[in-house]
Design a protein around this ligand. Structure first.
Ligand SMILES: [Zn+2]
Length: 288
């Protein structure tokens, strides 16, 4: 999860290029030329409503144009030259789930349901395989207007939204763990929860966090790399190192909701974990 600056694309220029391209007679010509105004209106509507699916009106366009727009996404004509730039615009963290190395793109309004925005740059964000796991999830219940958060428009993504609660079991042999919300009274909590359940949890964060706890047990400095590998630490010093690790990952990824920061926040705030981590750190120092 990350607030991201969109790449600069003149979508209206690209629409014009496609609309006038009669070589595209097998896909969108002349349908796009004839219905271009509907798409211009749809693009403007999207910007004005910040990609909010509860407010945007899906335009009535022909089935031929719908399939034409989908094929322009899957087999882009030469003029559609911005798709790779979008995919590469957040190399450190997936803006949708907070995981690592986004290698594909996700459509905020899923292309199978909203073909009018299939190639609209503001509807396309870099993503990892959370894209597939999300499917077409977009909106929750109407009463709360819950929805997927939008990396280009939702400022709330700049805040620290997620942590984890770690409960040691059987004298720290294993752990129960769940992703939790930093502020359960947040004004946008309905959408934060909807996005987390449908994208972050589905992308496997809890399994990843449990895996990191296993590695911490063996040697904390392998996970929290700011920990000194040969120096004993007090609990206060260890807390400081965890805070440094979290700050540095927030900064490196440009996101307070990257998975490593979520782990650090959980370790700092779950009962007994600082005691345990200090003991593990000091017990696993190499013998001089
Ligand atoms: Zn992802």
């Amino acid at each position: 999860m990350k607030k991201l600056t969109p790449v600069r694309v003149n979508d209206f220029w690209h629409l014009d290029e496609l609309a006038e391209n009669n070589a595209l007679h097998k896909t969108s010509f002349p349908e796009l030329r004839n219905q271009k105004q509907l798409l211009i209106q749809a693009y403007n509507d999207y910007e004005v409503n910040c990609g909010n699916p509860w407010s945007i009106a899906d335009p009535v366009i022909s089935d031929k144009l719908k399939s034409g727009m989908l094929s322009h996404y899957s087999s882009p004509p030469a003029s559609i030259d911005y798709l790779d730039r979008i995919k590469d615009s957040s190399p450190e963290v997936c803006p949708m789930c907070g995981g690592f190395k986004p290698f594909t793109r996700d459509h905020i309004l899923p292309k199978s349901d909203y073909q009018a925005w299939a190639i609209f740059s503001k509807n396309l964000v870099p993503a990892c395989d959370c894209n597939l796991k999300r499917g077409t999830a977009l909106k929750g219940d109407a009463a709360s207007q819950a929805r997927v958060l939008h990396p280009y428009f939702d400022e709330v993504l700049s805040e620290r939204l997620l942590s984890c609660k770690i409960i040691p079991r059987s004298n720290y042999r294993w752990f129960d763990l769940e992703v939790i919300y930093v502020d359960t009274a947040h004004p946008q909590i309905a959408s934060i929860k909807y996005h987390t359940r449908n994208i972050v949890i589905k992308s496997g964060i809890e399994k990843w966090l449990k895996g990191q706890l296993g590695k911490l047990k063996n040697r904390p400095s392998n996970v929290i790399q700011v920990l000194p590998r040969r120096v004993r630490l007090t609990q206060d010093q260890l807390r400081q190192s965890l805070e440094d690790c979290m700050d540095s990952n927030d900064e490196l990824t440009g996101s307070k909701n990257n998975w490593l920061s979520i782990l650090c926040h959980g370790l700092l705030n779950s009962d007994g974990m600082l005691d345990w981590l200090t003991e593990r750190h000091n017990a696993t120092l190499p013998t001089p």
